[in-house]
Design a protein around this ligand. Structure first.
Ligand SMILES: [Zn+2]
Length: 205
C-alpha cells in the first residue's frame, strides 16, 4: 500500500472495518494525505486432524491461516487439549516434516495431556499376571525398580519400548509398551502402581 500522492509506503491506520475484505482509512506518514484501501484478508483454512489416543483415534478440524507453517513436534491447542504433531501429509500425499498450511491435507497428532498407557507383565512362576497402568508420559521406568501393584511386589527385569527390548537402563512411559517383572519378597518398593491400574485383573498364560 503506497500513498497515491507521494508513493510512500509508510502509513498510519486511522480506521478499519469489514470482515472478509477490510476497508482501511490510512494516513500517509510522509505527506499527511488521507486515503482508502481495500484489502482481502486471508481466510483461515480448515485442516483435518487425526489425534491418536491409545489404540483409537479421533478426527477433527483445526483452522489456520494458509501462510502459517506447521512442523513436526509442534504442540497445538485443539479444543481443551494439547496435541503434538506426529506427521504432516500434504496435497501430494507425501509425509513432510514441515509445510505451509495451504499445502496440507491432514495433520496427525497425539495427545500430550493424556497419560501414557503401559502394559505390565509379572511372571508368577509360569502364570503371567498381565495388567495395564496409566502414568504420566514422562514417568521413568528403570530396570531393577521394585514396584508394588495390588498385592504383588516385583522387580522390573526388562522393558519393551516402541523400538527395542531393554535389560538395563530406563525408559520414559511415553515410549514404553510393556515392563516385565519377576516377583520379589522385598517389602519396600520404589513406587506403587496400584492406583494407576486401568483394567480389572486379567491372568493370561
Ligand atoms: Zn504521501
Amino acid at each position: 500500500m503506497k500513498c497515491p500522492s507521494c508513493g510512500s509506503p509508510q502509513h498510519q491506520v486511522l480506521k478499519s472495518k469489514g470482515n472478509q475484505t477490510q476497508e482501511l482509512l490510512l494516513k500517509c506518514e510522509s505527506c499527511g494525505n488521507v486515503y482508502r484501501e481495500i484489502v482481502e484478508k486471508p481466510q483461515p483454512l480448515e485442516i483435518r486432524i487425526i489425534i491418536s489416543k491409545f489404540e483409537e483415534s479421533e478426527k477433527g478440524w483445526v483452522s489456520f491461516y494458509p501462510d502459517e507453517i506447521l512442523r513436526l513436534d509442534d504442540v497445538l491447542e485443539v479444543g481443551n487439549e494439547r496435541v503434538r504433531i506426529t506427521s504432516l501429509e500434504n496435497k501430494r500425499t507425501a509425509r513432510v516434516t514441515e509445510s505451509l498450511v495451504q499445502d496440507l491435507v491432514t495433520i496427525w497428532a497425539s495427545s500430550v495431556d493424556i497419560p501414557a498407557r503401559v502394559g505390565v507383565s509379572v511372571d508368577l512362576h509360569g502364570i503371567v499376571l498381565s495388567r495395564k497402568v496409566e502414568v504420566d508420559r514422562d514417568f521413568a521406568f528403570t530396570v531393577g525398580d521394585v514396584v508394588k501393584m495390588d498385592r504383588t511386589i516385583f522387580r522390573i527385569k526388562a522393558i519393551k519400548t516402541l523400538e527395542r527390548r531393554m535389560r538395563r537402563g530406563f525408559a520414559y512411559a511415553n515410549v514404553t509398551k510393556r515392563v516385565y517383572g519377576i516377583p520379589v519378597s522385598e517389602k519396600r518398593c520404589n513406587y506403587d502402581l496400584t492406583a494407576k491400574l486401568v483394567e480389572t485383573s486379567k491372568v493370561v498364560e
